[in-house]
Design a protein around this ligand. Structure first.
Ligand code: ADP
Ligand code: ZN
Length: 736
């Protein structure tokens, strides 16, 4: 056989394909889609084979040979390989970074055994001679070699080399990834019937099913108010897909991925559901992955990475809460799971459903342009009214009550008291954890910052008293006696966090059963579910929390929701801050009055006239879209443009600044020919993070292609100075 070569990529930022010689022993085994061990630098590194070619590129000298294979068959289906390539191209990362993000077993080593070849079996003397030469090794003998039970390890590597060289032994891989396809049970039926659909659900489902039966790619934007029955529409569409013998994927934001949510899928589809979430260990993850690959499981439900479930015959992808910012991965590959899901649906000729009560403006605009079909469900199931929203102007309240600066307005306090007396449940929302959010000098006014980050530290009350904590790098320290800036003034703690609200609630309502849910009370495994469960069983009267309590949960007993401070987040220097606040307020409000009794929202704010707040108060999504889209159009921000963000960082401020300046100078010179506008460099919103100084350059264009090509052109001319790290973020979701 003629010589063959393998093209291999590695999970490193270098966007390059490496060529290796395929040793004769691997020629018949190696396949595109397998992982391999390849010499890289001074060691053997895990790589991924993207091509088998008959000729090595002429310019490559001193080709090295591939060492061995880690898999006995291709791990990724062709559509996932294509998706990996798209992610690498679109998000400007290396193909290796993308492919290893897709694989759940990236670096999990398959066990490799040494077995005798037919030649070895016929040459006992030769084998024994090699064994003797290699010196005594426990557990390696003629017998164990014959049984194929000698596990490869660094200790046996000398022996392995000798035996392989003589052709007496070969490597055998353990297990295989995709087992036999089990196929669909004949005459598939759901385990449980759903309720009869109401009209708006039926209209939406009809449109979706029509497309499912065409087996073509299309995207639907299902905009339904909280409690309108979107999940029921997903379930019906999945059922249709299963009856066609296909598979489905459902993405849900991690925070909303509770046993209750998953339960709705398993009640209907039983053990055909495979659940993916970040708390799964690698073994469990691989098990579910294999169940999807073999077709034993047909519905993958999970957070961001469930998008990569190896469905062989994908009919449908659902992205619930499509606006959720956790769908964007914040390290390379910086893909947006919603957009990658649409891409995967397109590759597989599948249907995509994006669902939300408050869709992102990007999706709204795509629907307006006719790229997506908008399906609206403006009414709650059984025509239950949306909760009434009462606005409390904190500016007035504080003027009237002077020095007191209350946490709870009189109206909200009264409503909470009445609700407790009626034995009804309430939720209180504040999107700031900790006790006080700012430590301030009374003399010079400086805030106490984290020593590693340019972020004000939050005070927390622990068992040993008050301590300061950085929410970005987890630095902890005692509160200073005097101001670290002027070394003179005394410091004071101000700014409201959930711990302080909890203290206030306990003193105001000593009889009430109160629980707090935020990052600090849910660190332990299972604690998140424990709080939600006991709230659902009405063992808690008052649940207080951050955005953790806002999403997706269905608590039929809640009739009152208090929003302690609706303004948190409005002042962030990010063009999406209004959109985020609006979405969060609508989500929180949606928790009230989901069952028989009506719900009421008290929304405390210093900015009652802000468009985000007004639109949330009146449940007027259309008005918000209209106003916000006009604003974005005027400013030329997405969805009317595409953005790319380059972030340079180094622990020496001058060095990161110079690297960014140099890059920006080149980018600005070349920008016009790529149709790109360049802004910056400017200190990033979070200027110092974990002791690194950060400068960012913003690239803006009508189409993403120009941005990518401009960065490519930069990289072909300049190298980022050694030591300076540079991140490329296409379609960035955070500008900080
Ligand atoms: P969403 O996902 O839009 O918030 P859900 O699908 O969770 O809404 O529906 C809200 C509640 O209404 C759930 O308890 C669900 O079981 C119920 N429900 C959904 N559709 C119907 C229907 N057609 N008839 C009766 N109840 C329904
Ligand atoms: Zn910090």
């Amino acid at each position: 056989m003629a010589e063959q070569f393998a093209e291999v990529v590695f999970p490193i930022p270098l966007r390059q394909v490496f060529t290796y010689r395929l040793p004769p022993a691997l020629e018949s085994l190696a396949q595109v889609g397998m992982r391999c061990f390849a010499p890289f630098g001074h060691r053997q590194t895990v790589g991924f084979i993207t091509g088998i070619i008959p000729r090595a590129p002429a310019h490559v000298k001193n080709l090295k040979s591939l060492d061995s294979l880690l898999d006995s068959e291709a791990l990724l289906t062709p559509d996932l390989q294509k998706l990996g390539k798209w992610i690498a191209d679109y998000y400007y990362c290396s193909e290796g970074e993308a492919l290893f993000a897709i694989l759940p077993m990236g670096f999990v080593k398959t066990k490799r055994f040494l077995v005798l070849t037919p030649e070895g079996l016929q040459n006992k003397e030769k084998v024994l001679a090699v064994l003797e030469k290699a010196g005594p090794m426990r557990k390696v003998s003629w017998e164990t070699l014959g049984e194929g039970t000698v596990l490869l390890s660094p200790r046996t590597s000398g022996l392995t080399k000798l035996l392989k060289k003589e052709g007496l032994a070969a490597l055998k891989l353990e297990g295989s990834v995709a087992s036999e396809e089990t196929g669909l049970k004949k005459g598939y039926e759901d385990l449980e019937k759903g309720p009869p659909l109401h009209n708006q659900q039926q209209v939406a489902l009809d449109a979706i099913e029509k497309n499912l039966n065409l087996d073509t790619f299309h995207t639907f934007l299902l905009q339904g108010v909280t409690g309108s029955g979107k999940t029921e529409v997903y379930l019906r569409a999945i059922s249709t897909v299963l009856k066609k013998g296909q598979q489905a994927i459902v993405l849900i934001p991690e925070i909303a991925l509770t046993p209750q949510t998953v339960d709705r899928f398993t009640r209907r589809f039983g053990d055909q559901v495979a659940v993916f979430h970040s708390r799964l260990g690698p073994t469990e993850k691989i098990r579910h992955w294999r169940r999807m690959a073999s077709g034993e499981a047909k519905v993958a439900v999970g957070a961001r990475s469930a998008l990569f479930a190896p469905a062989k015959n994908l009919g449908l992808i659902v992205v619930d809460e499509e606006h959720d910012s956790s769908y964007k991965q914040d390290k390379a590959p910086r893909y947006h799971a919603r957009d990658a899901a649409i891409m995967r649906a397109q590759i597989c000729k599948a249907t995509a459903i994006l669902g939300s009560a408050t869709p992102s403006l990007e999706s709204v605009q795509n629907a307006r342009l006719g790229k997506y079909t908008l399906l609206s469900m403006p009414e709650r199931v059984n025509r239950k009214a949306l909760p009434r929203v009462k606005v409390v102007n904190l500016r007035e309240e504080w003027t009237v009550r002077g020095e007191e600066r209350p946490i709870l307005s009189m109206a909200l306090e009264e409503a909470l008291r009445e609700n407790l007396e009626r034995h009804e449940q309430s939720m209180l929302f504040l999107n700031r954890r900790g006790f006080n959010t700012v430590t301030l000098c009374l003399k010079c006014g400086a805030q106490v910052h984290c020593p590693n980050c340019s972020i004000p530290v939050t005070s927390h009350k622990g068992p040993k008293g008050v301590f300061l904590l950085c929410h970005y790098c987890d630095w902890q320290g005692p509160p200073p006696e005097t101001c670290p800036t002027c070394k003179d003034g005394a410091v004071q703690q101000v700014g409201l966090g959930t711990e302080k609200v909890e203290e206030e609630l306990r003193s105001k309502f000593p009889q009430a059963r109160i629980a707090r849910m935020d990052l600090d009370t849910t660190r332990e495994k299972g604690s998140h579910e424990k709080i939600l469960d006991s709230f659902r069983r009405h063992e808690i009267d008052l649940l207080l929390g951050t955005q953790m309590i806002a999403k997706g949960h269905d608590f039929p007993g809640v009739t009152l929701v208090g929003i302690i401070g609706a303004d948190t987040g409005l002042a962030l220097p990010d063009f999406r801050s209004s959109e985020r606040v609006f979405q969060l307020l609508v989500q929180v409000s949606g928790r009230a009055g989901r069952a028989e009794k009506e719900g009421t929202i008290y929304l405390q704010t210093f900015n009652p006239d802000h468009p985000s707040i007004q639109a949330a108060v009146h449940h007027d999504t259309e008005a918000f879209w209209k106003g916000e889209l006009e604003l974005r159009k005027d400013l030329g921000y997405p969805p009317f443009s595409r953005l790319g963000l380059l972030v340079y960082q180094h622990k020496d401020e001058k060095r990161s600044s110079r690297a960014a300046e140099d890059a920006a100078a080149y980018l600005k010179r070349e920008a016009r020919s790529f149709g790109v506008e360049v802004r910056g460099p400017a200190p990033a919103g979070i200027f110092k993070l974990r002791d690194q100084y950060r400068f960012q350059i913003l690239l803006k264009a009508e189409k993403p292609t120009g941005i990518r090509q401009l960065i490519q052109s930069l990289d072909s001319k300049f190298e980022t100075p050694t030591g300076v790290s540079r991140a490329v973020d296409l379609d960035p979701q955070s500008m900080l």
